[in-house]
Design a protein. Structure first.
Length: 332
């Protein structure tokens, strides 16, 4: 069976119109969906962009035919969960069966801009799962034609409903980078999203996700397990490494980044990244066979859908080469 390999549209790196065009180009080369990043600021100034993901997703949906969603949006800082629910329900209503809602606990880089106290990671995770409760209440109640309320530790919702709803609510996928969040996702939402990491860490996350699902009588085999995979391909190994260092030093940075507030602060930290720091964390190579083998390893690990982000600036060449030389050899 063919693998589900989508394109990661990095809105912190490409202007919105270009990101939309690249998403359509990706589909023409055999990619089967789009994950669009949600940023208020880029990681480093050189990346240079950060458009509003919900506007761009609407345009991507009109230019493509596959699945699409934000990878990931954070409810509760820049936008109340009710507004996120409305945005998601509207897209799902316009494009039935195609849209999924990816949620995360957020990074200071994007969320601190509205000025509240930036909580510690456990508090952010609890806040995210309460936001999930609000969004699910709105989806469920609105489909049943009734108003819902919420009064919790972090959020309040007066009696209301979503007046525009699809026939089926969007899948809710939660981003997990640690075992506690992964297990909780298995218990409470439709699926899990994570990003590329050492194989042993990813295997542990998948195990905990399955454990959480099993505890509440759910079949994790039927639940989406989604990976955003960063890589650097270019015509030569030297160009691939230059692209990784200049465009995506994130892939080699081995410190937590959730509390970094400024692209300029991140830039200072990124200057410490060396070529050897990418080893075991992100494939940097000109050889399509090397990339195909790495993607297949992640499929074999248990991921159902993988969205690829290439650090190189020439996305068109990447899409052509991978569409021709990589995607056809992958199997779910």
């Amino acid at each position: 069976m063919s693998a589900h390999i989508g394109y990661a549209a990095m809105l912190e790196r490409f202007p919105p119109a270009e990101a939309v065009a690249l998403s359509a180009l990706a589909e023409s080369h055999g990619f089967t969906g789009v994950m669009a990043s949600d940023h208020f600021q880029p990681w480093i100034p050189a990346q240079g962009e950060s458009s509003f993901v919900w506007s761009v997703l609407g345009a991507i949906a009109e230019r493509t035919h596959g699945d699409f969603g934000p990878g990931v949006t954070t409810p509760g800082f820049r936008m109340h969960p009710a507004v996120v629910a409305q945005a998601s329900a509207t897209l799902a209503s316009m494009h039935p069966g195609r849209h999924w809602l990816g949620l995360g606990s957020g990074e200071a880089l994007n969320e601190h801009v509205v000025g509240p106290y930036w909580p510690e990671a456990p508090d952010r995770i609890n806040r995210m799962f309460e936001a999930v409760d609000v969004i699910r209440k709105l989806f469920t109640g609105s489909l049943a034609g009734r108003d819902v309320r919420h009064s919790g530790q972090h959020f309040k919702l007066e009696a209301t409903r979503l007046w525009t709803m699809p026939a089926v609510a969007p899948e809710i996928l939660v981003a997990a980078s640690g075992p506690v969040t992964a297990k909780r996702a298995g218990r409470t939402v439709d699926g899990m999203i994570t990003t590329g990491a050492p194989a042993e860490k990813l295997a542990a996350l998948l195990t905990r996700f399955r454990e959480g699902a099993r505890e509440v009588g759910r079949d994790a085999a039927r639940m989406p397990k989604v990976l955003q995979l960063h890589l650097s391909w270019a015509p030569t190994d030297e160009e691939a490494m230059r692209g990784a260092l200049a465009e995506w030093p994130n892939g080699g940075l081995r410190i937590p980044r959730g509390d970094i507030r400024s692209p300029f602060e991140f830039e200072q930290l990124a200057r410490t990244v060396r070529p050897e720091d990418f080893a075991g964390r992100m494939v940097v190579s000109a050889d399509p066979d090397v990339h195909r083998a790495d993607i297949q390893r992640h499929l074999d690990l248990g991921f159902d859908r993988i969205y690829l982000h290439n650090a190189g600036r020439d996305q068109a060449a990447f899409l052509e080469v991978f569409g021709r030389d990589v995607l056809p050899g992958l199997r779910a």
